[in-house]
Design a binder for this molecule. Sequence first.
Ligand code: DON
Length: 557
Amino acid sequence: MLKKRYTAIILMTVFWGSQAYADGHKVAIASAHPLATAAGFEILDKGGNVFDAAVAVSAALAVVEPTGSGLGGGGYWLLHREKDGFETLIDGREKAPLAAHKAMYLDKDGQVIPKLSLDGALAAAIPGMPAGLVHLSEKYGKLPLADSLAPAIRYAQTGYAIGNRYLKMLKVRAELIKQYPATADIFLDNGKLPQPYSILRQPDLAHTLTQLAKSGRDGFYSGCMADKLVKGVNKAGGIWTKEDLESYQIAERKPVTGHYKGIKITSAAPSSSGGIVLIEALNILSGYDLQKTDEITRKHLITEAMRRAYHDRTLYLGDADFIDIPVKRLLNEDYAAGLRSSLRPDKALPSEMLSGEIEQQPEGTNTTHFSIIDEEGNRVAATLSINFPFGSGFVVAGTGVVLNDEMDDFSSLPGAMNGYGLVGGVANAIAPGKRMLSSMTPTFLETDTQVAVLGTPGGSRIISMVLLAALDFAKGNGPESWVQVPRFHHQFMPDVIEYEKGALSDAEITGLAAKGHQLKVARYPYGDMQAVLLNKANKSLSAASDKRGEGRAVVGH
Ligand code: DON
């Protein structure tokens, strides 16, 4: 019976997937879940534009991929409107509560209390996702918010069949979830893991989404909902106030841009480190002909570029509303040339040799990305997150909203590692109302003939994944190839190349070790890249969804 329903859902998806704009315009959507991709097409079919579709996909993902993002989290929407070339980054990143302070995750001896910034109500920052959806819809969409939220509300009410990926994530967080009855009620089956393909219904979440649809941001940040959230969070040891919710605002930021061998890169500005680190690494690599070097040298050079760019992430990056970031310098090609001058083709530079005093921090392990483009070139790249799978694991009873554990993306203590092994500095220290530094990297790549839209989840490895995909785009390959590129990663500290099993040949492993690199195979394949491409000359579209995940890429026609 359950399997039958699942089949029906997939068939509906295929049907919706064959639609595009009501007026016959073509659109490509790639997202981490077939039902989210279908929600995007449903809204286009109703007469929405790509921005309405982005609202629908974001909200649908909040329901059908509750492991990765949701109303209790935040994220970034990178937009391009073709008719006037307007581009913006909606920064809907969560903010630290106003009662947050530097030492909030430390014991009386000044040591980090393990898990306090990752599990439970104290780990939750003030969500930005509801405000982001409202803003995106009202300022850039054509349809009422209620229309764009309708598919998500329906999915939450009628339910959907959970997949294997969901179950894997649930297993990882099951012990945590068991501690919170409201969360366990939703996601566990009498305290146990549910069967694969069983139907998950989320009536409370449907209600919360309906309130958002009816009342806009007030439906989440004021009134009953705000009362309920503040009360519930505080009862569970959190520190939210009504003022935190009332005063939350998204920010619109100018995206960061750069150039690499004829490709224009447009990506996320701080509070995400994604765009700056990506462009800095590409600037370093622009001094080499990576197509002509042997594979070992190629991977060595890419690793060394990652090391240097992630090092600057550690030193300089944080919330631009709170600290001065030398953005111009970090994106400057001469600055990159200076970094390149320390790079030897035959030898790794140990990370400890890079200058600058470091203070460290941690980060999380789940998230989502989707990409949309229409044949005119209007587009959205969105990466959204609640941080670790199922965020903090905490749900305020009656809301259906899983709260994030994004506070772990701050530097809890200079020099300490976060959930992603990242070390952070003062630039990313906790402060009231501040946004924690992200690695999310929603990105556009553009040449005279092509426009690509891409991104992925994956914590600190997001940026290196997008970098490898950008280099694959530069080689002339298409989306199917970018999303499948075997991955390797270096983030300055720990000083090690982490690679997917099979991503490096035995000869490459030996060759890289001979240059002085430490290497470690990743426990699992990582990332879930979603990419779309427009060929400007003939307006043809293509799309691809990472085979590591369970997403769906569709070109409507
Ligand atoms: O903002 C960040 O960088 C992280 N919170 C993203 C987390 C993530 O991608 C987890 N994915 N596997």
